[in-house]
Write a protein that binds this ligand. Structure first.
Ligand code: KG4
Ligand code: ZN
Length: 338
């Protein structure tokens, strides 16, 4: 079964072709980041228009790379939500229309299920059950995954998502957009222990996250010390270390609580090298296996959507012939596969 995956929930246009037997055949990605950079963040209307401009050329490119034609496609999986409504509508209407024209089924995929299953695209996929640390621009959560489609949210953020905290910190420090990679780069030249940062929500039990206090702390520190040499780099390094250490503590708690032996890191913040390194070290120390997708499949992409769609279609799920965009779609409302 050859699945076309389409991702347009935010500022990346992603297309992929996944074959049930042969695995990922090809994927193509276009990032709009440079378009939004001058505004300091994603401008929804510009994002929608840019998806319209890029989606079909990317699809042609991806088919060429895979050596396939449109008629080889057996089903279309598109990101239905959560995300920006206008951006989602571009992928949803294109995907649904293509499926109708080709006479094949379409499936509306949950963006976070895509992130969560992305490590399954790798050669040595994680084993079930596992705990997933899902950290992106819009979400931060720990999820217990018994099997595909069976998700129990163990804890989530009470305010900002981890990626959002990186983006806001980058803006404050004048590092531009997108913030995560910019903060990580500046942090390489900084001393993470120069200033003191809190480890939010670690002094009490529970698996919730909160990043707004850390954000305020960072702003106050910057206002006070901005004229000191290397302040930007030192604050970036201290902030990154605080976020990473907080996540390691929460992951350790979640692993203990669930008695799982497999941890999965997914979502855009999963591209952070310090986070990957620190969780791998914790895994070695405490005896868990740690899996993550390759860096390019941590951030938004079409491959994870094709894969999640494949599993749902395999389980016999399809969609009625309507265009479904769900800007808000809690993980808790995801249907099980059975
Ligand atoms: O998963 P994603 O591409 O989109 C959403 O679903 O939100 O995640 C994007 C987020 C952004 O907030 C970005 O700043 C963050 O992931 N990010 C990073 C890194 N690369 C991307 N955060 C920290 N370190 C990185 N290297
Ligand atoms: Zn995402």
């Amino acid at each position: 079964m050859l699945i076309l995956g389409i991702e347009t929930s935010c500022d990346e246009t992603g297309v992929a072709l996944y074959d049930g037997k042969r695995g990922l055949l090809a994927h193509s990605l276009y990032s709009q980041a440079h378009v939004h950079a001058e505004y300091g963040g994603v401008v929804p209307e510009i994002a929608s228009r840019d998806h319209v401009r890029k989606l079909i050329p990317l699809l042609e490119e991806c088919l060429n790379k895979a050596g396939c034609g449109r008629n080889d496609i057996d089903a279309v999986a598109y990101t239905s939500g959560p995300g920006l409504v206008g951006a989602l509508l571009v992928g949803a209407s294109t995907g649904r229309a293509m499926a109708a024209a080709l006479g094949v089924p379409a499936i509306a995929v949950h963006h976070m299920e895509g992130h969560l299953l992305a490590p399954m695209l790798e050669a040595n996929p994680p084993a079930f059950p596992f705990v997933a640390l899902l950290v992106s621009g819009g979400h931060s959560m720990l999820v217990e995954v018994a099997e595909i489609g069976s998700y129990r949210v163990l804890g989530e953020t009470l305010d900002d998502a981890a990626g959002e905290a990186f983006d806001k910190t980058a803006k404050l420090l004048g590092l531009g957009y997108p913030g995560g990679p910019a903060v990580a780069k500046a942090a390489e030249k900084g001393d993470p222990d120069k200033y003191r940062f809190p480890r939010p929500m670690t002094d009490r039990p529970g698996l919730e996250f909160s990043f707004s206090g850390l954000k305020t702390h960072t702003r106050n520190l910057f206002q006070k010390h901005q004229n000191e040499p290397n302040a930007v780099e030192d604050i970036a390094a201290g902030f990154q270390k605080a976020v990473v250490e907080t996540m390691v503590i929460k992951c350790r708690r979640a692993m203990k609580q669930t008695r799982c032996e497999q941890l999965v890191i997914a979502g855009g913040v999963g591209a952070n090298r310090m986070l990957r390194k620190s969780l791998s070290e914790a895994g070695r120390k405490f005896g868990w296996r740690v899996s993550y997708p390759r860096i390019e499949f941590c951030t938004d992409n079409g491959a994870m959507i094709a894969l999640a769609g494949y599993y749902r279609l395999q389980a016999g799920q399809t969609e009625p012939e309507i265009i479904r965009a769900r800007p808000r779609w809690p993980v808790r409302e995801l249907a099980s596969l059975a």
